[in-house]
Design a protein around this ligand. Structure first.
Ligand code: SF4
Length: 293
């Protein structure tokens, strides 16, 4: 029998061609004000026998699968021994397995020792997707991320020390019109302090289910950025980013008005020139009707 997923099921765009196994249901944190992904689910770890049965089904249907994404919202929350049992089972059932990845929260990374993270790396969990959202502590507080710039830098540093690759996402527009400069300055400071392997920018696009929760946690009079404001944020971010190690940069998520791709710091000026052209009206923006999360 094929895997029966507990819906809704989310995975990063780059995992679209890989096998997905739900090690957990929901998100153990589930309080970020902008995030609607798991509002309908109560967090729980799935028993190992259920996860193994899904891996058996996946291996039967797709024996040559070589990459696996562990869903749902933060499989890294699981105790390390439990995760290693899943990773060992994956390796036993999928002979071509080369990489396992999962979403992680900053707390997940900070609660595990570097030795535990390195042990996960050794058993092929080599990539984590981390929503940093912003590097500005005041913005992080208003979106109830449960993290500060310092705790995000610590999480990124621990992953790096353990040999894990991190794909980090930033959400343009989270500071609104009043706090966009703080949002971008703090984000650049964080990335320059502790660069992830990959950095992507998304554009704030709230689902109706979380609109009130997001607004209620903001300062009164919060105003959303329009595309012109988002492009000003993108250009400022690129101008401030100067990571001490190479970062693969993308803004190709479906929410973005202007897709970008390059390597930092090498392509920074070329990327800035594309954004400047878009701000001047010389570069078309992605039409609203084809944007989406
Ligand atoms: S953004 Fe990530 S940590 Fe926050 S509620 Fe959503 S899934 Fe959980």
């Amino acid at each position: 029998m094929a895997i029966l997923y507990d819906m809704p099921l989310y995975r990063p765009p780059s995992e679209g061609n890989n096998l997905i196994v739900q090690a957990t249901i929901g998100c153990s944190y589930n309080r970020c004000t902008f995030c609607s992904m798991y509002v309908t689910k109560d967090y729980r770890a799935r028993p190992l026998d259920e996860v193994f049965a899904d891996i058996d089904a996946g291996a039967r249907d797709w024996p040559q699968a070589h990459r696996v994404f562990l869903a749902d919202g933060d499989a890294l929350c699981l105790p390390t021994g439990h995760l290693i049992e899943i990773l060992d089972y994956l390796a036993a059932r999928l002979p071509n397995l080369s990489r396992v990845s999962a979403y992680a929260t900053p707390k997940n990374l900070n609660e595990k020792s570097i030795e535990e993270l390195a042990a996960l790396r050794e058993t092929k969990l080599s990539l984590v997707y981390l929503g940093i959202e912003s590097g500005a502590t005041a913005v992080l507080k208003r979106i109830r991320k449960g993290a500060s710039q310092d705790s995000l830098a610590k999480a990124l540093g621990r992953a790096r020390e353990a040999g894990l690759k991190v794909s980090a996402t930033v959400i343009l527009g989270l500071g609104g019109r009043a706090a966009w400069e703080d949002h971008i300055a703090g984000t650049a400071e964080l990335v320059n302090r502790e660069p992830p392997t990959y950095l992507s920018t998304l554009q704030l696009d709230l689902e109706p289910a979380v609109y009130s929760r997001f607004i209620d946690a903001q300062e009164p009079g919060f105003e959303f950025q329009d595309d012109a404001g988002i492009l000003a944020e993108q250009e400022r971010l690129l101008s401030l980013l100067d990571p001490p190690r190479p970062v693969i940069f993308r803004s190709n998520h479906a929410s973005n008005c202007l897709p970008l791709a390059g390597n930092l710091p090498k392509d920074r000026d070329a990327l800035r020139a594309i954004v400047a052209a878009a701000r001047a009206g010389a570069q078309p923006l992605r039409p609203r009707w084809i944007r989406g999360l």
